[in-house]
Design a protein around this ligand. Structure first.
Ligand code: SAH
Length: 366
């Protein structure tokens, strides 16, 4: 039994079963035993691999995207470049290196990293030491002073807690985690249907069949980002895996050492994520008064930003084995196969309404 499972059992014994959102928040962020708090999960020897860890091209193209948006904003003298959940700091390191070629941008940039994990903060410091840029770390977006900003975030929203609701004959019930009759952690339903449940559930889901599962994620972060961009200008680029239309379905999953494991099996020792509902995200941004660009599939976005040209340039100086790696990386990042990210991952940008079409997102084709 993991140390966190012991802790969860103690809470359940004292307070009764807990909602999925609390379980997820504890698994990922418990101050002593949380998954991200205790380890560096990335890379071939870790639990999973993300786009910036696959190839430097990913961060470089995002850096050039940020510089182009900054120019489109009228090249303000100061710009906050904010990354949420920077992992090992690879995306930011690649982005800053690539933007050395953008005159004025580097001089204007102040880098802000929002990261709760002390282990990953250390990694980020090491990774970015050579950039010679002013960098400040924060535990929460709200700590960052206002001012024009470009926000980037990759595979961060999928780690924010979700609530699961299950349809019964009596309405929508919150899914809970407690201890089953066999003494192991088990899912259960809250005995009461949610009061006002129908108003929480999107209208399209009203007629969902008994047994349907719905996942809801708080709008708080998107509302906060939108308010910031509206007040001071700028844009946010959100990249994650997920779906472009809201719908019933269970996507909560646990991954350890590149394999799926049971969600309740090893609390705190597996990564827990759930798909991002890009339609819900767009609705929240629009409700807050922002403009939404996209969503677009990651593969199409990276092609529009010029990943093929960038790959060709790298291929010119590559050894045969490096060349094979570069070609494989382009396929992994842009391909539409089941183990490729090009279709599964989506890109959306949120911006102040005044900003015109953004690079790569001029025309939405999902
Ligand atoms: N963007 C990186 C890492 C994605 S993993 C990449 O693409 O490789 C998620 C990241 O978000 C990790 O750095 C994790 O420590 C951080 N994180 C998770 N929950 C967080 C929270 N609530 N606040 C801030 N950072 C968080």
């Amino acid at each position: 039994m993991t140390p966190l499972e012991l802790e969860i059992r103690r809470i359940v014994a004292a307070e009764g079963p807990m909602p999925v959102s609390r379980f997820m928040a504890l698994c990922l962020g418990h101050p002593l035993h949380g998954y991200y708090v205790t380890r560096d999960p990335f890379g071939a020897s870790g639990d999973f691999i993300t786009a910036p860890e696959i190839s430097q091209m990913f961060g470089e193209l995002i850096g050039l995207w940020a510089a182009a948006v900054w120019e489109q904003m009228g090249a303000p003298r100061r710009i906050r470049l904010i990354e949420l959940g920077p992992g090992r700091g690879t995306l930011m390191a690649d982005a800053l290196r690539a933007t050395k070629l953008a005159p004025g941008f580097q001089a204007a940039v102040r880098v802000h990293l929002v990261e709760t994990s002390p282990v990953l903060r250390r990694h980020q410091k090491g990774m970015l030491a050579g950039s010679n840029m002013p960098i400040v770390w924060h535990g929460d977006l709200a700590e960052i002073p206002e001012g024009p900003a470009i926000v980037v975030t990759n595979e961060f929203l999928d780690a924010l807690p979700i609530e699961q609701l299950v349809r019964t004959e009596r309405g929508w019930h919150q899914r809970m985690i407690g201890v089953g009759t066999d003494g192991r952690l088990a899912f259960a339903l809250h005995p009461e249907a949610m009061p006002g449940g129908q108003s929480i559930v999107p209208e399209s889901q009203g007629e969902a069949p008994v047994g349907a599962v719905l996942e809801l994620r708080s709008d708080r972060l998107i509302t906060e980002i939108s308010a910031r961009l509206l007040a001071s200008g700028g844009a946010a680029l959100v990249i994650d895996y997920g779906h472009v239309e809201s719908g019933a379905g269970e996507t909560l999953q646990a991954v350890a050492q590149h394999r799926f494991v049971g969600v309740l099996e090893t609390p705190g020792e597996a990564d827990l994520t759930a798909h991002v509902d890009f339609a819900a995200l767009s609705r929240a941004a629009v409700r807050a008064g922002a403009r939404v660009h996209g969503p677009l599939r990651q593969g199409e976005f990276l092609r529009r930003l010029g990943i093929e040209t960038r790959a060709e340039r790298l291929l010119r100086q590559a050894t045969p084995s490096q060349a094979a790696d570069i070609r494989a990386a382009v396929r992994r990042l842009t391909g539409s196969g089941p183990n490729e990210m090009g279709d599964l991952f989506k890109v959306i940008a949120i911006a102040a309404p005044g900003l015109g079409p953004l690079p790569g997102l001029e025309e939405a084709v999902v």
